[in-house]
Design a protein around this ligand. Structure first.
Ligand code: BES
Ligand code: ZN
Ligand code: ZN
Length: 488
């Protein structure tokens, strides 16, 4: 993981590489060059560099700091995301040039808040690869070891840099877990991992086994897990950052470690990436870990139902009816709509036994979410305006984009079953993301609740700026920020 530091200009040595981020206007008028570097810039010609977003210029002089310029584009277009992505260009350039350390001058940009935080985040989050299955290490460029932010007030940055390192390292660990193969990321290993992480960060952790789940009558989680060699688990992690208060928030994360679709088997083209279906679980584990590591003064629970949705002679079948933890009966019309089933049991268990003040669930729930929003935006649906406002604010701060969909009661009609209380998928396959949330609504009675569908955002089919191809870690920073800003 990246070692993030801050230093003053006086600490720059002639052997350092100094990266600078500059807008088109700044480059045109040379105003971005700090006094301490005037002598270096006198020796180089940057006229050809137009500061286009994500373009860079590199010049290594003898006996002077090497200069790396990264473009930010026109000043009016510079946002927090521009800075995070520009920081990822710095990391890319360092990899191209084989550098393991970089000094980054914090640019003067009054229109964007938290400039140094955004640069630190972008650098930390783009300094990532998943190459543990490569036998030839030469194939991937080495990662950066150290990034030093250079500014006039280095001491003031240190609490922020610590927080960025904690939250972003948990985001990278979340990516690792989602990228990991099912041989190493299955209900058994994830339950063990949750215990290990809990022990490291003063989090209590209870792992409910198949026996407990049977006793507790979580009929839907049991049904989904039935075709797999792995038993189901339900993990409950508890972080008590405000021991004198009874208020708490609960995170619930979908933990399907592989989604074959079950008897409604997924076809080629849709099944290959389905180890991503535990991204909600991974996000929940690493978000609570980040909260605990930062010792935030708030009580947080993470409830994580884990199962593998397999096709086999023991698998549950279309037409079966099962009774949920809250007593409602569910007719299975598709064994591929399994996420909502395990979440249903986890949600009503959370509401009834933990009694939190708010529940936020994350799930790679519907392909329809990708149809609507692609990989850029997560859908969210909620029964509470305050939660909606708070989540939108957190999303604005972290750059993890979300968009609200409605939960009108008219949609409830579509979920009625002829033979049981509800079906798990409606007869007509319209409004898939809304129908998924409408199903879940049956398992939350009166607790403020948000459901976030991360089917598109959890897994990228290509690299985008500071977010790599495959597992993105979407939601760890969002949840952390949301929880930090909650006043319970
Ligand atoms: N895990 C999938 C949703 C998904 C699709 C996540 C693509 C990530 C990428 C979920 O369990 C699923 O299969 N949903 C079905 C629901 C349908 C049967 C109503 C879907 O989206 O097709
Ligand atoms: Zn499915
Ligand atoms: Zn699924």
């Amino acid at each position: 993981m990246l070692n993030l530091q801050a230093k003053g200009f006086d600490a720059l040595a002639t052997s350092d590489t100094v990266a600078m981020l500059c807008t088109q206007e700044q480059v045109a008028s040379n105003v971005f060059i700090p006094e301490q570097l005037h002598n270096v810039f006198a020796l180089i010609d940057i006229k050809t560099f137009k500061a286009k977003p994500n373009s860079y210029y590199y010049n290594a002089l003898k006996n002077k700091p090497a200069i790396l310029l990264v473009g930010l584009g026109p000043q009016k277009d510079v946002t927090a995301e521009t800075l995070r992505n520009a920081a990822s260009t710095i990391i890319q350039a360092c990899q191209d040039k084989g550098l393991t350390q970089i000094h980054i001058v914090v640019p003067l940009l009054t229109a964007v808040p938290d400039v140094s935080r955004c640069i630190a985040e972008g650098a930390f989050l783009s300094n990532y690869n998943f190459n543990r299955y490569k036998t030839n290490n030469d194939e991937s460029a080495p990662l950066l070891q150290k990034a030093v932010l250079v500014c006039d007030n280095p001491q003031q940055l240190s609490p922020m840099l610590k927080e960025v390192a904690v939250v972003c390292s948990n985001t990278l660990l979340c990516r690792d877990l989602v990228n990991e193969t099912t041989e190493h990321a299955n209900p058994v290993t994830i339950a063990k991992l949750a215990k290990k992480i809990a022990a490291q960060h003063a989090i209590q952790c209870t792992v409910y086994t198949k026996k407990d789940i049977t006793k507790m009558k979580m009929g839907l989680l049991l049904a989904v897990s039935r075709g797999s060699i792995y038993p189901p688990y339900c993990i409950v992690m508890r972080y008590r950052g405000a021991p004198s208060k009874k208020e708490s928030i609960a995170i619930v994360g979908k933990g399907i470690t592989f989604d074959t679709g079950g008897i409604n088997l997924k076809p080629t083209g849709h099944i290959e990436t389905m180890r991503t279906d535990m991204a909600g679980a991974a996000t929940s584990i690493y978000a609570i870990a980040a909260v605990a590591q930062m010792k935030l003064p708030i009580n947080v629970h993470a409830v994580i139902p884990l199962a593998e949705n397999m096709i086999s002679h023991t698998a549950y079948k279309p037409g079966d009816v099962f009774t949920a933890y809250n007593g409602k009966t569910v007719e299975i019309l598709s064994t591929d709509a399994e996420g909502r089933l395990i979440l249903a049991d986890a949600l009503s268990f959370t509401e009834k036994t933990i009694k939190p003040n708010a529940i936020i669930d994350l799930a790679t729930l519907t392909g329809a979410c990708i149809v609507s929003f692609g990989e850029i935006v997560a859908a969210y649906l909620t029964n509470d305006e305050q939660l909606s406002t708070a989540l939108t604010k957190a999303s604005g701060a972290t750059g993890e984009k979300i968009w609200r969909l409605p939960l009108y009661k008219e949609y409830n009609e579509e979920m009625k079953s002829d033979i049981a209380d509800i079906v798990n998928v409606p007869a007509q396959r319209n409004a898939g993301t809304i129908m998924g949330a409408t199903f879940l609504k049956n398992f939350v009675e009166d607790t403020p609740w948000v459901h976030i569908d991360i089917a598109g955002t959890a897994w990228y089919s290509k690299k985008r700026g500071y977010v790599p191809k495959y597992a993105t870690g979407f939601g760890v920073r969002l949840l952390y920020r949301f929880i930090k800003d909650l006043a319970l």
